[in-house]
Ligand binder design. Structure first.
Ligand SMILES: Cc1ncc(COP(=O)(O)O)c(C=O)c1O
Length: 392
């Protein structure tokens, strides 16, 4: 494995472990347990695991290990722990790293389940949470204190596509010894900049761009070996959040095409934002690296593309927005993103329904807001679909 290889090459080859049969395609080791040559060997493995030694799939598995090594390599981190879902990764990383009395600062523009983990779970165990406007560097500076243990944000927020200036936040956090955790779900593993900007840990919902075809749930926590194989692995293996080997295998196969898929979807997302900008039925269009985004310069300073999702507001509120959604023919109404099929979501009534109205107003989750995940269909068909639905 050469460090000079490009990410697209590493996404195909990094972490490969071959069995004695020399298979080309990665093997799926669909096994819960492992046999030992002797009782002494079993005892020794339970004392300390050597390289390529496993005892139970909740603790580790060769197929899962291949996936972990490949993702860590791709995102530029020393190690990775693969989890059952993106939320298992978010909640596991956060819970493993804090204790009662710690202070956490987070961007308020968070996915609802992430907010639940912070405000309803960690707060219940005596962790103090401060939520701020993640776009505002001065707000990070003001909120981070000497007792801040970690900071957390989505690199690109779901669904309003707010951008965090990661380098600035890292500097402020590291000045007090706090860890920086970036939820990289929307940034995509292809355009991820968390490690380059100094984030200690990147958390990925592998459900999204790695699976990319609407099948498997998964998550990954990437970071320094000391944390991943220390408190994070300990927490995850004892609480049961390890990825299953079949998911890891489908993810390994999906990684072979991820670079092509995500680049095509990002290009389509940009073209959809361009096509919708200035449309008389559309209030505001957002795609991080598009000129219509208020933080375009920051987005471009951090990555060449802004992921595969755009957001826009249909004029006329919920009624007009539902008319538009119901008229779509190619694009499906659903609540996931990063699928090969383009998906339109109405966050206010689905993914973010639980948020109090006041928080929806602050975050800009309005009745007309649509989150649109660009798929792999021909862009002309998607534009034609959007235009016909806007005339209904
Ligand atoms: C920003 C963000 N983080 C985490 C998750 C959770 O991922 P999963 O659905 O794989 O648990 C999501 C899911 O939509 C998300 O949008």
């Amino acid at each position: 494995m050469s460090k000079d290889w490009h990410p697209s090459t590493r996404a195909v080859h990094a972490g490969t472990r071959r069995s004695q049969y020399g298979e080309v395609s990665e093997a799926v080791f669909l096994t819960q347990g492992f046999v030992y040559d002797s009782a002494e060997q079993a005892e020794a493995r339970f004392q300390a695991l050597g390289e390529d030694e496993f005892i139970y799939a909740r603790y580790g598995n060769p197929t899962v290990r291949m996936f972990e090594d490949r993702i860590a390599d791709l995102l530029g981190y020393e190690d990775c722990f693969a989890c059952t879902s993106g939320m298992a990764a978010v909640s596991g990383a956060l819970t493993a790293l804090v204790k009662a009395g710690d202070h956490v600062v987070a961007s308020r523009a968070l996915f609802g389940s992430c907010l639940y983990v912070l405000e309803d779970v960690l707060a219940r165990f005596g962790v103090e949470i401060t939520l701020i406007d993640g776009r505002d560097n001065a707000a990070w500076d003001a909120a981070i204190r000497p007792d801040t243990r970690l900071v957390f944000f989505e690199s690109i927020s779901n669904p309003t596509l707010e951008i965090v200036d990661i380098r600035h936040v890292v500097k402020a956090a590291h000045a007090v010894g706090a860890l920086v955790l970036a939820d990289d779900a929307m940034a995509t593993p292809v355009f991820s900049y968390a490690q380059a900007c100094g984030a200690d840990i990147a958390i990925v919902s592998t459900t999204k761009h790695i699976d990319g075809q609407g099948r498997m749930l998964g998550g990954a926590i990437c970071g320094p070996r000391e944390l991943i194989r220390g408190p994070i692995e300990a927490y995850m293996k004892h609480t049961g959040g390890a990825m299953n080997p079949f998911t890891a295998w489908t993810h390994l196969k999906a990684l072979e095409t991820m670079n092509l898929r995500v680049r095509a979807q990002a290009q389509t997302a940009h073209e959809l934002a361009e096509a919708l900008s200035g449309h008389p039925m559309i209030e505001a269009v957002r795609y991080p690296t598009h000129a219509a985004h208020p933080q375009q310069a920051l987005a471009l300073a951090q990555a060449p593309a802004g992921g595969t999702v755009i957001a826009f507001e249909v004029k006329g509120g919920k009624e007009a927005c539902f008319r538009f959604l119901n008229a779509l023919k190619v694009i499906t109404i659903s609540n996931n993103f990063a699928d090969a099929k383009s998906i339109a979501t109405h966050p206010a009534t689905t993914t973010h329904q639980r948020l109090p109205q006041e928080q929806k107003d602050i975050l800009g989750i309005s009745p007309g807001l649509v989150r649109l995940s660009a798929g792999l269909e021909h862009v002309d068909d998607l534009i034609a679909d959007l235009m016909q639905a806007l005339t209904v």
